[in-house]
Design a binder for this molecule. Structure first.
Ligand code: ADP
Ligand code: TYD
Length: 202
């Protein structure tokens, strides 16, 4: 099998995705790979502007339906401007979140909107990662870690613990639905332990 070139990290807020995506990128670079490390929402100038709209302000600032449109618009720009050009140039792309986040955060938390998410994904994005690490962990611990950062981008953390528990189940269901590309990682360990398990997939 050829090496995976489009790799994503997914999981609830504060689960360690940013830490592990940075570490995996550094590890692959140390082996000589050409890496583009990116994130969602964001990853291109236009998508970073949309990021500010969706991550700040009141939890009920946007309905889940409006969020689907905003996150998909951001993703389309990220894909056109950052991901596809990098893959076309032969680079490996590592993204901290991608479409699985919309499937879970917008598709399965405030009503069943998964059909809408999937339809828009098919029309506007039409690409899946080669490999996805889903970091699974206790939502209470993850929420403490996330809120301790005080990033000012806490709109989704502000929905509370019950919301994070629903998200966790959504990500576990995704890991089962897409076993060919999803690897479930136990995030209740030290960063070093987690990074060495992930490095084995390089
Ligand atoms: P995410 O991107 O999933 O929100 P981060 O990687 O930003 O998560 O981690 C959230 C916070 O928890 C950060 O302050 C980070 O340093 C810390 N952290 C990350 N991984 C671990 C871990 N395995 N154990 C303890 N703390 C961690
Ligand atoms: P991120 O910066 O990764 O937050 P965290 O470090 O707390 O995990 O992502 C920002 C937030 O955006 C996060 O709460 C999840 C949410 N989100 C969605 O609701 N839908 C999406 O499609 C994406 C990409 C993110």
């Amino acid at each position: 099998m050829s090496k995976p070139r489009f790799i994503t990290f997914e999981g609830i807020d504060g689960s360690g995705k940013s830490t592990q995506s940075r570490r995996f990128a550094a590890y692959l670079e140390s082996k000589g790979a050409d890496i583009v490390l990116t994130r969602e929402p964001g990853g291109s100038p236009g998508a970073e502007e949309i990021r500010q709209l969706v991550l700040t302000g009141d939890p009920d600032r946007w309905s889940p339906e409006t969020e689907i449109l905003l996150f998909t618009a951001a993703r389309r720009d990220h894909l056109e401007k950052t991901i596809e050009p990098a893959l076309a140039a032969g680079k490996t792309v590592i993204s901290d979140r991608f479409a699985d986040s919309t499937r879970v955060y917008q598709g399965a938390t405030r009503g069943d909107l998964r059909g809408m998410v999937d339809t828009l994904h098919r029309l506007m994005i039409g690409r899946e990662p080669d490999l996805t690490f889903i970091i699974d962990m206790d939502p209470a611990t993850a929420l403490e870690r996330g809120l301790a950062r005080k990033s000012g981008e806490d709109r989704f953390e502000d929905f509370g613990l019950g919301f994070q528990e629903t998200l966790r189940h959504g990500f576990l269901a995704l890991a089962h639905a897409y076993p060919q590309r999803c690897i479930l990682i136990d995030g209740n360990r030290t960063p070093d332990q987690i990074a060495s398990e992930i490095a084995a997939y390089a």
